[in-house]
Structure formats: structure tokens, C-alpha cells
Design a binder for this molecule. Structure first.
Ligand SMILES: *[C@@H]1O[C@H](CO)[C@@H](O)[C@H](O)[C@H]1NC(C)=O
Length: 419
């Protein structure tokens, strides 16, 4: 009797699994309105307007006054980055910011590429659009949408853009020449923030798809990291016929059995074909995965629940904002950087570049608040829909590791990136 019951349940589960597995292959392309008030009946203005980053003397004066009023509290002895940003090192960063950093020069750098804004679903969406300066005759560039995440901005792509749009000048093959479009996520940088609750990665995916169609691109490539990875994955799920290739430098996985296999232990991992490098990154599991997720994800919990409260402080203090964001640039570059007194920040970045990103958050008043509201809706975007892409991900045996996004994933996605 018991045996039959168990067999029936197992059979039931297997049937359910097969039936529910491929129910939905694409995300529905719906519609939305995120501007203030109710949606006007008139058709949205679809014009694309040139935009320039600007700064004023008052803005810089106000920033300097606030920086000068910074009240540091000393770190615990020998704490390095264990308790968050080391405030003694922060004083060094702040002194550079106050005395050497030249925001006007950085604004010029930001404006070296053409910026635009256009209204989509009630929001003014900002983007840069960079065309190749030269093309081998008879060739058209490949349109590529590049999407940033938190706490980043469109500025993340400034160093790679010339390699993509003008490879020859940079000593690369010009077999693939790209035309690059980097938008700001709504509520980030110069894109208007939603007035309504619920703007998630799926809605953002639709907005960016509309942006690409408005620019005249029927088929295009997409690249995303952090939230951009989720947004780009959602674009591929929503309008697969318009996406020629998806490239991610961070992989979100959900609801697949493989994501649980690390719990089964090292021996099982070996059986499943984990490499020595995988095992080294995963075990001891408690220390390398469980504690490090606990230790590093507090911010996400805050953002997903009460983003506006901490947002008040961050929107009011440039130094607080810098500490909050730069701590992520330290630990997310390398988790071991927690062990360094200066968080290793200047090992991979220049303070100038780091502060330019901070200034994009600071000068677009309030975006640190709106940018932090994004995770509120994360669950919906990751969990709700099953689709082909997910099955494909699970087959690739992708592991999500805190601070480390598996290299082989990048290699594999590159392999699938048909040009
Ligand atoms: C904080 O950073 C400064 C400057 O890099 C360093 O001298 C100091 O020892 C650090 N403090 C702690 C508690 O790690």
C-alpha cells in the first residue's frame, strides 16, 4: 500500500514536471505606464532629443561644503574592511575628491559620446548611442545594447566602447564592428525614475526593447551585467526573434535542480563533473557560500524592503554615498579585498573613475533612492516565468558563487554568441 502510494506520488511528480516544464517559452510583451498620475490619452511624444551632461558652479560648491562637513568615526583596530568601509581610508578618498578630482573634466569625458533622451511608457529614458567612426566599405555595424546594474551606470562601458566601435584603431580585428547603445535603467543616472510601484526587470526589458525599435533596430545583440544581466535575459525571453545574441557577465539562475547540487557535498560534485576549480570555490560550503552570502547580502535585503529610509541618508551626504557604493566596488571586485586596509580599491580602478560613477549618482539628485528600489521586484522577474532559456542555463551547469561569476559561463555564452 505504502509503496504504491510512493510510486504514484513519484509518477505524479514526474508527469507534473514534464507538463509544467516548457509551458511558457517566451515572456508576454505587455505594456506599461510609469509616469506621474494617470496615463494621458494623447499619444506619447516619440521624438529622440539630444542631451548633454552639465554641471554648475552651485552644484560643485554645495558638494564641497558637504564634503567639508564630513564627520568621520574611527574604525575598530585592525578591522580593515570587515565592518564595511574603513573611514580612515575614506578620508583619503574624500581629500582626493575635494582637492584633486575635476568634475568639469569628467563631464567633458562623459560628453565625448552623444547622449539622448526619449519618452517611453511615461519616462524620459537616457542613453548614449555610439556609431563607428569608420567602417570597411559595404559593411554595416552590429547594433549592441549594453545594460549596467547597481551601483553602476552607463559610464561602466566607456573604456570598452572604442574597442567595439573602432577595433582597428585599437589593434583588433575589424571582423565585427559594433554600434553601441547604453541606456540608463529608469531611476538611474539621467533616466527618469518611475512614479509607480512595480517597475521590474521585465518592464525595463520591454522599455529597452521599445528603445531599440524606436532607433530602427529590428535585430540586435545584447550584453548585461548585474541587473543588466536580468534585464537582457528578459529581453531575450520576451522578443527572441529580435535578439541575435545574448551575452552576460553574471548569470542568474533559479528554480532548477542543478542550483541545489552544491548542497550534496564535494563527492557528489565530483560525480557531477565539477572541476577542481569549482570545488575550490565552493567548499567548505558553509564558509565559502553560506556565510559569504549572509555577510554580503544585507544591502539587498534593505533595498528589497526599505530602500527609501537609508536612501534619505545617502541622498543627503556625498561622503556617505561614496562609502556605501565604493564598499561594493571593493568586495565585489574580489571578496578577499575585505582583508585589505584600503579595500584594494585602487588595484583595479582609479579614484577618478570611481568618483565619476559616484558623481553620476550624486548630481542626479535622488537616483540613489530610486536605483535602490529595483530589487523590490526581483522575485517577480526571476521566479514567475519558465522558459527555454532557463532550461538551457541549467544544462550548462552554471553555478552562482558569491563574488565570483564562473569564468566558464562567460566562455560558454561567448560560444553561443553567434555573430
Ligand atoms: C584604514 O586605512 C588606512 C589607510 O589605508 C590604514 O592606515 C589603517 O590602518 C586602516 N584601518 C583599519 C582599521 O584597517
Amino acid at each position: 500500500m505504502w509503496l504504491e502510494l510512493i510510486l504514484a506520488s513519484v509518477l505524479g511528480f514526474v508527469i507534473y514536471w514534464f507538463v509544467s516544464r516548457d509551458k511558457e517559452e517566451t515572456l508576454p510583451l505587455e505594456d506599461g505606464w510609469w509616469g506621474p498620475g494617470s496615463k494621458p490619452s494623447a499619444k506619447e511624444d516619440e521624438s529622440i532629443r539630444p542631451f548633454k551632461v552639465e554641471t554648475s558652479d552651485e552644484e560643485i560648491k554645495d558638494l564641497h561644503q558637504r564634503i567639508d562637513r564630513f564627520r568621520a568615526s574611527p574604525p575598530l583596530e585592525g578591522s580593515r574592511f570587515h565592518y564595511g568601509f574603513n573611514s580612515s581610508y575614506l578620508k583619503k578618498v574624500v581629500s582626493f575628491w575635494r582637492n584633486e578630482f575635476d568634475w568639469r573634466k569628467q563631464v567633458e569625458i562623459l560628453n565625448q559620446y552623444p547622449h539622448f533622451k526619449t519618452k517611453i511608457e511615461g519616462l524620459d529614458i537616457h542613453f548614449i548611442h555610439v556609431k563607428p567612426p569608420q567602417l570597411p566599405s559595404g559593411r554595416t555595424p552590429k547594433p549592441l545594447l549594453m545594460v549596467h546594474g547597481w551601483p553602476g551606470s552607463f559610464y561602466e562601458f566607456y573604456k570598452i566602447i572604442p574597442l567595439l566601435t573602432d577595433p582597428k584603431t585599437h589593434g583588433l580585428s575589424d571582423e565585427h564592428v559594433f554600434e553601441v547603445i547604453c541606456p540608463s535603467i529608469p531611476g538611474y543616472g539621467f533616466s527618469e525614475a518611475s512614479s509607480k510601484k512595480g517597475l521590474n526587470s521585465v518592464a525595463t526589458a520591454r522599455i529597452f526593447y521599445k528603445l531599440m525599435s524606436r532607433l530602427g533596430f529590428q535585430k540586435f545583440y545584447i550584453q548585461g551585467g548585474d541587473w543588466g544581466s536580468l534585464i537582457c535575459t528578459n529581453i531575450a525571453q520576451m522578443v527572441p526573434n529580435h535578439v541575435k545574441g545574448l551575452h552576460l557577465n553574471m548569470a542568474f539562475i533559479s528554480r532548477n535542480i542543478y542550483s541545489l547540487t552544491p548542497l550534496l557535498g564535494q563527492r557528489f560534485g565530483r560525480f557531477l563533473g565539477y572541476t577542481e576549480k569549482d570545488l575550490e570555490l565552493l567548499y567548505p560550503f558553509k564558509e565559502k557560500v553560506f556565510y559569504s552570502i549572509m555577510r554580503e547580502s544585507g544591502y539587498l535585503h534593505i533595498q528589497a524592503t526599505k530602500p527609501d529610509t537609508v536612501g534619505c541618508a545617502l541622498n543627503d551626504s556625498p561622503v556617505g554615498l561614496a562609502a556605501y557604493i565604493l564598499e561594493k566596488f571593493s568586495t565585489w571586485t574580489k571578496s578577499e579585498y575585505r582583508e585589505l586596509e584600503d579595500g584594494g580599491l585602487e588595484r583595479k580602478f582609479s579614484l577618478e573613475d570611481l568618483l565619476t560613477n559616484i558623481m553620476i549618482y550624486w548630481t542626479t539628485t535622488g537616483t540613489i533612492v530610486s536605483s535602490q528600489r529595483f530589487p523590490e521586484n526581483m522575485g517577480q522577474s526571476i521566479m514567475v516565468h519558465r522558459h527555454e532559456g532557463e532550461a538551457w542555463l541549467s544544462r550548462e551547469r552554471v553555478l552562482f558563487l558569491p563574488g565570483v561569476f564562473k569564468q566558464s559561463w562567460a566562455a560558454k555564452t561567448q560560444g553561443n554568441f553567434e555573430l
